[in-house]
Design a protein around this ligand. Structure first.
Ligand code: ACO
Length: 367
């Protein structure tokens, strides 16, 4: 049975930065309150012409460059997002088209902030079963479009950004070693965007009632997160037949520094075993784990041979954790340039649209 290795990684955040002081001009809050209660100092916010697919494509190309894998080699793309571009089609399909992943099947996986852990697990299972050889996982968010900038309980928390991993099959042991996934739909209302779906489709009333914004019971989510983070970590370790002392890093979903501190106490490990960057990005939902991972690699913290736990939690409610042995890119035999496929992808997309239009004309004449 092949092993599923993480062989590529990339992140991309939009340039504009929104500081706590900037937010204090919008709502009654302060830099001090936000830093003390959440650990967040600033977050990145997408420009008007940036979308989940825009950020996701940038992160995906970087991940493919590290993996030295051409987009045309990809078998599967899973995009996970709490702020997808549309209800349908899947954001994964937009990314597939833009990077030129001509043979990949692409779909979205919705598990709120646990989405990245769930998606890696699904891709790893497909690789382990032998049905695919490579997969691209993209977590991408433009949550700023769903934030009520008049609600101080939520607008201080979220940020925009994207992260991506490439997973590849290998006979060398390592890669994804274990994974646990959990859900509790009885907590669905604790963290929800109620409008825009089939229950509350867009209407004057739904807009008037702010149904298209994030609604959150902060205290309840906080209690839930602190309860599940440590437990899920231990469960994933047990499944991998490891203990907390066998791992070098815990890379948690970046929601609130106090949640991480509580998990550190529960697990009886020092806080510096956790990768934390919530101070600079806020909560980027599905993108937070890959963004934290990429930064940990860039800083020389996460190295080949290390074992790490990824642990996520969020709306649903959902939570999950996995143990990964970090192996890094597969040795290069021939250099590929995934970024060069973008122009070809754009041309291909235009040609296919034109062909579909022409096909439509002929089928009209046929009937
Ligand atoms: N600035 C100033 N005061 C504020 C602010 C603010 N931005 N927000 C709330 N307050 C006030 C409240 O009104 C309250 O005042 P009161 O006592 O007069 O009523 C007081 O501060 C305390 O409010 P709490 O809600 O008790 O504050 P708490 O310490 O719980 O912190 C927070 C709130 C930061 C939201 C916290 O509950 C939290 O982090 N929860 C988890 C959120 C989370 O992780 N969400 C994402 C999950 S992942 C996903 O799926 C997207």
């Amino acid at each position: 049975m092949p092993f599923a290795h993480i062989t590529g990684w990339g992140m991309h955040v939009p340039e504009p930065v929104l500081t706590n002081d900037d937010i204090s001009k919008l709502v009654d809050t302060s830099d001090e309150w936000i830093r003390e209660r959440t650990g967040i100092r600033e977050r990145h916010i997408a420009r008007e012409n940036e979308f989940p697919s825009t950020l996701g494509v940038e992160a995906a190309i970087k991940a493919l460059q590290i993996a030295n894998l051409a987009p045309t080699e990809l078998d599967l793309i899973i995009c996970t997002s709490s702020s997808p571009e549309y209800i349908f089609p899947a954001t994964a399909c937009l990314i597939q088209d833009q990077i030129g992943a001509t043979k990949a099947g692409a779909f979205d996986l919705q598990a709120a902030c646990s989405g990245f852990v769930f998606s890696i697990n699904m891709a790893a299972q497909a690789i382990r079963s032998g049905s695919i050889k490579s997969a691209l996982i993209v977590g991408t968010e433009v949550l700023s479009r769903f934030v009520n900038w008049k609600d101080r309980n939520t607008c201080i928390l979220f940020g925009d950004g994207a992260g991506a991993f490439v997973l590849q099959a290998s006979d060398v042991p390592g890669g994804v070693m274990s994974a646990v996934m959990h859900s509790d739909g009885s907590g669905a209302n604790s963290l929800i965007i109620p409008g825009g779906g089939a229950r509350f489709p867009a209407s004057e009333l739904s807009i008037h009632e702010n149904k298209h914004f994030i609604h959150m019971d902060g205290k309840e989510v906080f209690r839930f997160a602190t309860r599940v983070m440590g437990k899920a970590t231990l469960e994933a370790l047990e499944q991998a037949k490891l203990t907390i002392d066998d791992i070098q890093w815990i890379i948690p979903h970046q929601a609130n520094i106090r949640i991480v501190e509580t998990a550190a106490k529960y697990l009886k490990v020092p806080l510096d075993k956790f990768i934390v960057n919530v101070d600079r990005y806020g909560n980027t939902s599905t993108a937070s784990i890959p963004i934290a991972t990429v930064e940990a690699i860039q800083k020389g913290q996460l190295k080949a041979g290390d074992k790490a736990v990824f642990v996520g939690f969020g709306g649903g409610l959902t939570w999950g954790a996995m143990v990964v042995e970090w192996t890094g890119p597969i040795p290069i035999t021939k250099q590929v340039h995934p970024e060069q496929y973008r122009l070809f992808a754009r041309l291909r997309s235009i040609v296919r649209r034109a062909l579909r239009f022409i096909e439509g004309l002929f089928s009209r004449w046929d009937s």
